[in-house]
Design a protein around this ligand. Structure first.
Ligand code: AMP
Length: 139
């Protein structure tokens, strides 16, 4: 497995070098909107500690991530009045991972609505902010 790359895109978001539509943050985690959402309200939770994926993350960091995932999941369900949620997490290229800083996807789901493609179209910033506001209000 390659070592952690400090210049990966989520590391740069954590350093404030590139913008993100932030939902919430605590000492150990950050939650923000996925820029190419598979559904309206698709968001990501990451640890602040440098972790490539599930294989190298420290137990306390993955535990903190999952606590934030649960908090965000409840807000997404409530805010979007969703019927369900899909939680995804990919590891290494063969596992579908494209950004090599551990992240967990939270995607609202609706009965009869199929999931969009994994790498789809870049969302409009205003739409991301509108959807973020729905989630923030439900937190
Ligand atoms: P994966 O590593 O396969 O879980 O996919 C990386 C995810 O990160 C995809 O869903 C992308 O849409 C998302 N993504 C990539 N760059 C950004 C960014 N700058 N801000 C927010 N989400 C991003």
């Amino acid at each position: 497995m390659d070592k952690y790359d400090n210049d990966n895109i989520f590391a740069r978001i954590l350093r404030g070098k590139i913008p993100a539509t932030i939902l919430c943050e605590d000492d150990m985690t950050l939650a923000f909107m996925d820029i190419m959402p598979r559904a309206d309200g698709h968001c990501l939770v990451i640890p602040k500690a440098p972790s490539r994926n599930i294989l190298d993350v420290k137990p306390q960091d993955i535990a903190a991530v999952m606590q934030t995932v649960q908090k965000i999941s409840r807000a997404v369900m409530k805010g979007f009045d969703a019927d369900g949620l899909t939680i995804q997490q990919f590891n290494e290229q063969a596992g579908g991972q494209m950004v090599f800083h551990l992240h967990v996807h939270v995607i609202p789901r609706f009965d009869g609505v199929r999931l969009g493609p994994h790498t789809g179209i870049m969302a409009d910033t205003d739409l991301l902010e509108k959807n973020a506001e729905i989630i923030r209000a439900a937190l």
